[in-house]
Design a protein around this ligand. Structure first.
Ligand SMILES: N[C@@H](CCC(=O)N[C@@H](CS)C(=O)NCC(=O)O)C(=O)O
Length: 212
C-alpha cells in the first residue's frame, strides 16, 4: 500500500522523514500540509496529529507521528540499507545525537537564526537581533556537542549512514544559509567536512527545499 507523508517540503522534520524513506528506496506520496499557513490546525490534520504538527506517516492503515518514530519505522518496516547501527553503543550515540538536535538544536538554529535572518526579511520584516544574539551561543554549544559525539569518519556515527545524519542534515542546511551559521560551522572541522559530503547525497539534493 502507498506510503503517505503529510508535511510541507520546507519543514526540516518532514525532510528527515523523507530522507529516511528516500534512503530506503520507499516510494511515497508527499501530501503538503502548509503549517505556516495554518493548515496544521485544521480539523482534518488535527485528526492525524493532536498538536497539528508535521510530519505524519500513513502506511497500510497505520498512522504515526513524531519524526524519530517515523524514521525508525521507515528503517525497520522496509527492506533496504539499515539506517541504525546494530552495536549498542553506536545505536545509543545515534539516539543521543537525535535527542540533542531535537531538544537543544532545532529551535536556535532553525526557528531563531534561519527564520530571523532569512524568512523574516523575505516577508518584509526586520530580524530580531536580540533573539539571534541569544540563539547563536546555544547553536555553537550544540555543534560542539555533536562534533564531540561523532567518530570523525564519513558519517556522524559508526561506519554507515544513520538516522543521526538524517536528523542533522535538514537543520544544518537551513542554518548555513545564514552568514552566522556558516561562521559557526567553520569552528567545527569534522562537521564541516561531514556537511560538504552529505549535502551532495542524492537524497539530500532531491529533498532540498527552495524556501529561503
Ligand atoms: N516533535 C515533533 C516536532 C515536529 C515539528 O515541530 N514540526 C514543525 C515543522 S518542522 C511543525 O509542525 N510546525 C508547525 C507548528 O508547530 O504548528 C517531531 O519530531 O515530529
Amino acid at each position: 500500500m502507498t506510503v503517505l507523508l503529510y508535511g510541507p517540503a520546507y519543514s526540516t522534520y518532514t525532510r528527515t522523514a523523507r530522507l529516511a524513506l528516500e534512503e530506503k528506496g520507499v516510494a511515497y506520496d508527499l501530501r503538503e500540509v502548509d503549517t505556516l499557513a495554518g493548515e496544521g490546525q485544521k480539523a482534518e490534520h488535527l485528526a492525524r496529529h493532536p498538536w497539528g504538527k508535521v510530519p505524519v506517516l500513513e502506511h497500510d492503515g497505520f498512522s504515526l507521528y513524531e519524526t524519530v518514530a517515523i524514521a525508525r519505522y521507515a528503517d525497520e518496516a522496509f527492506p533496504g540499507p539499515a539506517l541504525q547501527p546494530t552495536d549498542a553503543k553506536h545505536r545509543a550515540r545515534m539516539a543521543q545525537v537525535c535527542a540533542v538536535l531535537d531538544h537543544y538544536g532545532w529551535s536556535p538554529m532553525v526557528i531563531t537564526v534561519f527564520v530571523q535572518r532569512v524568512v523574516v526579511p523575505m516577508r518584509g520584516g526586520v530580524p530580531d537581533q536580540g533573539a539571534i544574539d541569544g540563539a547563536l551561543p546555544q547553536a555553537e554549544r550544540v555543534l560542539a556537542a555533536v562534533e564531540s559525539l561523532t567518530d570523525g569518519g564519513e558519517f556522524l556515527i559508526g561506519s554507515a549512514l544513520s538516522l543521526a545524519d538524517l536528523h542533522l542534515a535538514p537543520i544544518l542546511d537551513y542554518f548555513v544559509r545564514t552568514e552566522d551559521g556558516r561562521a559557526a560551522l567553520s569552528h567545527h572541522p569534522r562537521l564541516s567536512t561531514w556537511w560538504k559530503r552529505i549535502e551532495q547525497r542524492p537524497s539530500v539534493a532531491k529533498t532540498r527545499p527552495s524556501f529561503g
